[in-house]
Design a protein around this ligand. Sequence first.
Ligand code: ADP
Ligand code: MG
Length: 559
Amino acid sequence: MVKKEFKAESKRLLEMMINSIYTQKEIFLRELISNSSDAIDKIYYRALTDESISFDSDNYFVKIDIDKENRLLTITDTGIGMTKEELEANLGTIAKSGSLAFKTENELKDGHDIIGQFGVGFYSAFMVADHVTVTSRALDSGEAYVWRSNGADGYTIEEATKESVGTTIELKIKENTEDESYDEFLEEYRIQSIIKKYSDFIRYPIKMDVTNRNLKEGTEDEWEEFTEEKTINSLVPIWRKNKSELKDEDYENFYQEKHYGFDKPLTHLHISVDGAIRYQSILFIPESMPFDYYSKEYEKGLELYSNGVLIMNKCADLLPDYFSFVKGMVDSEDLSLNISREILQHDRQLKMIAKNIKNKIKSQLQSLLKNEREKYEKFYEAFGRQLKFGMYNDFGANKDELKDLVMFYSSKEKKLVTLAEYVERMPEEQKYIYYASGDSIERIDKMPQTEMVTDKGFEILYFTDDVDEFAIKMLMNYQEKEFKSVSSGDLGLDSEDTQESDEKDEQEYQELFTEMNKLLDSKVKEVRASKRLRTHPVCFATDGEVTIEMEKILQAMPD
Ligand code: ADP
Ligand code: MG
């Protein structure tokens, strides 16, 4: 039997591919610039082994030109270029990646920076252009060729003239239609911001002629326009720089530039891991709570880069919910991307990075708590609630991770204390960690139940946040000390002789209690003599797991 090859309607395939892979049109520029960067990298790699090639980085760049009148956007690079055969092979075959072949042939495994691998990115140009013209001259070749296509009817290749080695890609930007506008891709400012967004850390300069205005000499209100060639990208990303070269100010600028927040960061972490998984990361803990933090609109996540190219704006999987306030970015060369480079193929690497990051954030917080108490308390005022939710959520799966980071106000100095600090200064005869729930510290202080405990010289933790008691219930105990609500039945404070007198009281007032029980029949379970009242005549007590405060919250919750 003769084996036949699959035929594909390439025109339709191309259309389907282009329009289904990418969610945003602006991606085309990221793809073309990545290709240019790869092409320059290839010369760089060749220069490493071929003495006849010198690599002077000043000669290598990408240049973007806009010709608004003719609706042309041009991307020129000084990279390795393509021969006629390569134009045919790489741009004539969908899913053929010359870059992947280059990596394999040259056995570039480690520290490889070449981005291309799928052989589809180039065609994203057809999302915004109806004609694409590629003029290229390969290294070591005197000839140049031009490849032309309108996407639909295939392509042509002809001889051309080009003075220097490299590639020029000219896009004829589509005319606006009724529901789509393409004009933005001819706007200087828009193109600059796309470059900044996706390609800021490409290692070669991306240049553009930028229009500037100057006050005309000798005048006060007459302006003159002039163009100036500018490098748009930042080249070396801050996260690849050495920590010792960077000041707090540099991190703060980065925070502002990236619009992570309107405030200043409270603290930052700069991580560089080079082990089983390699990644770099800069993380920030903001100084104050974003205004939408507890709303549905707030999205947690970190920016994710693959080798300096932005892949995802908010990768939620990189942060646990209880650290959702952390801002920042991660760059890794070890991610396996899917074809659109918008999502990840496998999440194993991502999980490893996420776990690593979680531990780093935790230890950063612990060190703040230990060494910069004031800062930590500031952080805690803003985000402590999130940590307590973290203890409670997921059936308490993360409670041990977080128990040393939570704090509560205490009756001793009306200051925030950690559980460790509380237990540390417990008198020997104190059995429990006491807490009292209420709307505010002042109100709790007025509760009859608190007196008995504070009179003994024991400290009470104030639970004024509705999540507090739920979080603590998850924990059950801390350093083997159980938590005890001051309104629970048995406070563990009694001594023998008071118990005797209580029994006397009980008998003496038996009649009164019976009468009261009758009157309050459905409202309380029982009226009895209390052993814990000092100056107050009466108080409520519970004997179950759920305190009065918790009951209030549970009742207020929607079913
Ligand atoms: P990928 O970059 O994933 O390989 P593309 O569709 O973006 O896929 O590009 C296909 C191939 O075309 C590249 O692998 C490369 O060999 C070649 N190519 C594209 N653009 C350029 C360029 N500017 N200079 C040299 N070669 C290029
Ligand atoms: Mg590519």
